[in-house]
Design a protein around this ligand. Structure first.
Ligand code: PLP
Length: 285
């Protein structure tokens, strides 16, 4: 495997960054994960737009032009011969002697890109069977709209979910509303078939898959309501599902051990998942 590190393509096993990289010391950086299907990057324009926004919010300089970055992403995918998999991109504020203040303007941001394949068929079987979620109190900083590499709260709740036999943890805010999952956006389907998901501007990461699924649903004349929902509402919903570049649309069959709907993967979720793949393979996502 090959990784891109600050202007060079190097063997993955030897790829490294400096011990004084600010990403390493302060989690002072951002990232993106983009799905690769049929060798193509899915939803690339939206991922790049979010990357620039995350960088701007943290006042980290753009490391290169969008055109140059696209070349690096493609080249990393190509050199790793990835047809089905992901590409990971990380930009940190760069390397400087440890000091909380921003380093001098001459310090260049550090860029790392990796790409790996996975077994799409095997992955699909697991996802289509549906997954379980647990609920946990929201304990993250208010700027979760920034796709920061500071993911310690997420790491802890994802591990907690795993140890409870679940795939994902849904954060619940002080009002009892679900915000999002540790690495996914949260959705439910009401009894009358309306998709409900929390508004993008309120305590969630604006998921790219979330945006694409919302557009797709509207094209299919499925109503999408962007509003907060409670755990009780989710437990009583007809369906629940989660979205992320790595999960696409994955049905949720249980919340805190209670079955959602009839306890089987929802029809709407599976249909949206199927459509997303179709859409991606036609080159429309
Ligand atoms: N929410 C969080 C906290 C995430 O980490 C992610 C993805 O990693 C998502 C939502 C889903 O975002 P996307 O659809 O852009 O992958």
């Amino acid at each position: 495997r090959i990784a891109y590190v600050n202007g060079r393509y190097v063997p993955h096993a030897e790829a490294s960054v400096h011990i004084e990289d600010r990403g390493y010391q302060f989690a002072d950086g951002v990232y993106e994960v983009c799905e690769v299907m049929g060798g193509r990057l899915i939803d690339e324009p939206r991922h790049l737009a979010r990357l620039w926004r995350s960088l701007d919010e943290l006042r980290i300089r753009h490391p290169m032009s969008e055109a140059a970055l696209k070349v690096v992403l493609r080249e990393t995918v190509r050199r790793n011969r990835v047809r089905e998999g992901i590409v990971y991109l990380q930009v940190t504020r760069g390397v400087a002697r440890r000091d909380h203040y921003f380093p001098a303007a001459t310090v260049a941001p550090a860029v790392v890109v990796t790409s790996r394949s996975f077994d799409r068929a095997k992955n699909d079987v697991g996802a289509e069977a549906g997954v379980k979620v647990i609920t946990v109190p929201e304990n993250r900083w208010p700027r979760v709209d920034i796709k920061s590499v500071g993911l310690l709260p997420n790491v802890l709740v994802k591990q907690q979910a795993k140890e409870a036999g679940a795939k994902e943890a849904w954060y619940v805010d002080a009002d009892g509303h679900v915000t999002e999952g540790g690495s996914t956006n949260a959705w439910i389907v009401s009894a009358d078939g309306v998709l409900i998901t929390r508004p993008a501007e309120s305590g969630i990461l604006r998921g790219i898959t979330r945006s694409t699924v919302a557009d797709m649903a509207r094209d299919l004349q499925i109503r999408v309501e962007e509003r907060p929902f409670t755990v009780a509402e989710a437990k009583a919903a007809k369906e629940a599902f989660m979205t992320a570049a790595t999960a696409i649309v994955t049905p949720i069959v249980a919340i805190d051990g209670a079955p959602v709907g009839d306890g089987r993967p929802g029809k709407v979720a599976l249909e949206l998942r199927r459509r997303y793949h179709e859409f991606a393979h036609r080159g429309e996502a």
